[in-house]
Design a binder for this molecule. Structure first.
Ligand code: 1CP
Length: 347
């Protein structure tokens, strides 16, 4: 083991000198050096599947801001791609998939080539584990089955995930089969990332918030619990952060029922509520509004201070409530990074 890492200590429930920080989507289009690599790589998927480029863009934000954690550069949609679904990222349009909207299309998906297709991602993890600074933790990740399924069934991003929600209501048996396949693929994928050197895992359930309670249990919490159990069967102490975005007052249920080590809270969660209702259960990560990183100014500074003051009394990881957006000025990210590095906990 290298020197103590603030990020890992915090996930073990320790209070470190200051809270660790990183930003969701910390590598990406707001950085000119990312845009340069992106152009050289060709398509977005070529970037994800080229370890030289993927390692480089993972390291870029660390060089500027020295975060406490690096997150593997990839995308949640490499799983459907590795299962055999056609996927493209179109300029200005985001991901486009051939929708899985029938049992026949579901049956055509297969786990047989999963690891072969994802081999470049594993190589990226392995290289990163030796190339990141010794005080920085390496985060591996995957999308949660529900969120990945919304893209697989709908064929693209949508504001309400209607296609997947409808399929789950109309043919629960088929939808359950899709979720079971995703639980298996995602478990294998994350276990392999740990074998290659990921020290923490994050499970992104970006679209959990649109599920009514019964469906939240079935399609968000139950599959996530299975993945957590599968990983812990191999690596009993593996720290896993869950991000059931939009879970609202269900965050504490999510923590208790899935067994995650920590949760990432979204922008809508009052920090004081999280302190009083979640932080006694587990470390919390979050939850600055990414648009404040665009606006900057006094509003940004005040929000950062308020979040730190609310949550730093217990194990806490500073982050955003959702990913950095492309129009973010890099100097605003620098400002927040410096504020956290200078933060002194009050007694
Ligand atoms: O043009 C480009 O450069 C592509 C933009 C981009 C980037 C930088 C996409 C397409 N994915 C990514 C990287 C990415 N995606 C990371 C990298 C690591 C980091 O955080 O620095 C991660 C963790 C993701 C995860 C991801 N992809 C999520 C979950 C988290 C979240 O932000 O909600 C989701 C929902 C996706 C799908 C996706 N990939 C890309 C886009 C534009 C989208 C959203 C599509 C939509 O719903 O409209």
């Amino acid at each position: 083991m290298t020197e103590n890492k603030r990020f890992i200590e915090t996930l073990k429930g320790q209070l470190t000198d200051r809270p660790p920080f990183w930003f969701m989507r910390q590598a990406g289009r707001y950085l000119p050096e990312y845009m340069a690599v992106r152009k050289e790589a060709g398509s977005f998927l070529d970037l994800c599947y080229n370890p030289d480029f993927a390692v480089e863009v993972t390291l870029q934000p660390l060089r500027r801001y020295d975060m406490d954690a690096a997150i593997l550069f990839s995308d949640i949609l490499v799983i459907p791609h590795a299962l055999g679904q056609h996927l493209e990222f179109r300029q200005g349009e985001g991901p486009v998939l051939e929708p899985v909207d029938s049992v026949a299309k579901l049956d055509a998906l297969s786990l047989d080539h999963l690891h072969d297709k994802l081999a470049p991602v594993y190589e990226t993890v392995s290289r990163l584990s030796t190339e990141i600074p010794s005080h920085t933790a390496l985060i591996g990740f995957a999308g949660a089955p529900w969120t990945v399924a919304t893209y697989m069934v709908g064929g693209k991003g949508s504001p309400d995930q209607a296609a997947a929600r409808l399929w789950a209501y109309r043919d629960e048996v088929a939808f359950q089969a899709l979720m079971d396949l995703l639980v298996e693929a995602t478990s294998r994928y994350l276990i392999r990332q740990v074998e290659q050197g990921a020290e923490v895992l994050q499970i992104f359930d970006t679209w959990a918030g649109n599920l009514p309670m019964g469906e939240f249990r079935k399609w968000c919490m139950a599959p996530t619990k299975k993945i957590v159990d599968n990983i812990r069967a191999r690596f009993p102490d593996m720290p896993i952060i869950g991000f059931p975005r939009g879970a609202g007052p269900r965050y504490p249920d999510y923590v208790r029922e899935t067994g995650v080590t920590a949760v990432s809270i979204d922008t809508s969660m009052p920090a004081d509520w999280a302190r009083d209702n979640i932080q006694m259960l587990c470390p919390v990560q979050g939850n600055l509004d990414p648009l404040l990183l665009v606006s900057g100014g006094e509003a940004l500074k005040q929000a950062v201070t308020d979040i730190l003051d609310s949550l730093s009394g217990r194990p806490f990881i500073f982050n955003l409530g959702h990913g950095i957006v492309p129009q973010t000025p890099p100097e605003h990210v620098a400002l927040v990074s410096e504020m956290i590095k200078e933060y002194v906990r009050s007694e």
